[in-house]
Ligand binder design. Structure first.
Ligand SMILES: [Fe+2]
Length: 270
C-alpha cells in the first residue's frame, strides 16, 4: 500500500514537471515568433543614433547622455508610461534591507512593448555597446527574464543595495541601463534614486536624466541605487548583452535561482 502511494506521488510529480516544461516550451515558441516579427519591423528608427565618439571603458563603466534620437526615446517613454500603470502586471519584489521595487520581465515586454524589444535587439545598439566595451556582443537569451526588463521605482523607499550583477554566461556580460523617467524632489527635478558604483578606490554617482545610458560590467563593478522619496518615480530599461551567451547547466541553474528574487518561483521553469 505504502509503495503504491509513493509510486503514485512520484508519477504525479513527474507529470506536473513535464506539463510545466512543455507549457514553457510552447510559450517560448510563441515569444520567438513574436520576437522575429518585432526585429523585422520598423518599431524604432535608431539610424540617427548619434555616437560619434564614445567614452573610454577602462573602469568597466561608462555614461552616455542624450543617447537615443528624440523620436525613438519618446516612443519608449510612452510605452513605459503605459506599462508602469498598476494593472500591467509588474512584479513587486522585496528583499529586506537589500531590495524593493517593481519589474516587468522580458516575456511581458515582448508581448506588450515592441518598441523596447526593438531597441534591445537593434543592430545599432549591439554596435555601440560592442565598440564601447571593445568586443562584439549579443543580446542574452529569450528565457532569461533579466535579458530585458523595465525596472519600476515608484513607491517611497524603492532601491537596491550594494551588489554585483553575477554573470551566468560563458562570455563577458554587460549591464546597460537606459533612464526612461526620473522625476522627484532632488536637484534638477530628479528623484533621490542615484546609481552609485565603486570603481577601484573611488565611488561614482550617476543621478541620471532621462535618455542617459549607463553601461558597466556588472560582475566586476559593485553598485547600488539609493531609495527614492515620496512622490518620486524612476523608470529604467535594463538590458543585458554578452560576448558569448551560451551557459553551462550549473550557470543556468544559478540564473534561475537568482531570478526567483525578481520574478517569483516561475523563474525556476525558464
Ligand atoms: Fe545590478
Amino acid at each position: 500500500m505504502l509503495s503504491e502511494l509513493v509510486i503514485g506521488a512520484g508519477v504525479l510529480v513527474i507529470g506536473a514537471f513535464v506539463y510545466v516544461r512543455s507549457a514553457r516550451a510552447r510559450l517560448y515558441r510563441l515569444l520567438t515568433s513574436r520576437l522575429a516579427q518585432i526585429t523585422r519591423g520598423d518599431e524604432l528608427d535608431l539610424a540617427a543614433m548619434a555616437t560619434p565618439s564614445l567614452p573610454g571603458f577602462a573602469d568597466r563603466f561608462a555614461v552616455l547622455e542624450n543617447f537615443l534620437p528624440a523620436a525613438s526615446f519618446a516612443m519608449l517613454a510612452g510605452a513605459a508610461e503605459r506599462l508602469s500603470a498598476p494593472a500591467q502586471g509588474a512584479e513587486r519584489s522585496y528583499v529586506p534591507t537589500h531590495k524593493q521595487g517593481g519589474t516587468l520581465a522580458y516575456e511581458t515586454l515582448i508581448a506588450k512593448a515592441p518598441a523596447m524589444v526593438a531597441c534591445y535587439q537593434a543592430p545599432a545598439m549591439r554596435d555601440v555597446i560592442g565598440r564601447l566595451v571593445g568586443a562584439p556582443v549579443r543580446p542574452t537569451p529569450i528565457y532569461d527574464q533579466s535579458s530585458l526588463s523595465l525596472l519600476i521605482y515608484n513607491k517611497p523607499g524603492d532601491h537596491i543595495g550594494w551588489h554585483f550583477d553575477h554573470n551566468f554566461y560563458r562570455g563577458r556580460h554587460f549591464t546597460v541601463l537606459l533612464t526612461i523617467e526620473n522625476t522627484g524632489h532632488a536637484a534638477s527635478g530628479l528623484s533621490h534614486g542615484v546609481l552609485k558604483a565603486r570603481l577601484g578606490e573611488r565611488e561614482v554617482e550617476v543621478a541620471s536624466a532621462p535618455n542617459t545610458l549607463v553601461v558597466f560590467e556588472g560582475a566586476c563593478v559593485r553598485h547600488k541605487v539609493t531609495p527614492i522619496g515620496h512622490g518620486e518615480r524612476r523608470l529604467i530599461l535594463s538590458m543585458t548583452y554578452c560576448t558569448d551567451p551560451r551557459a553551462t547547466w550549473w550557470q543556468g541553474m544559478a540564473r534561475r535561482l537568482k531570478d526567483t528574487a525578481y520574478f517569483g518561483v516561475r523563474a525556476l521553469w525558464t
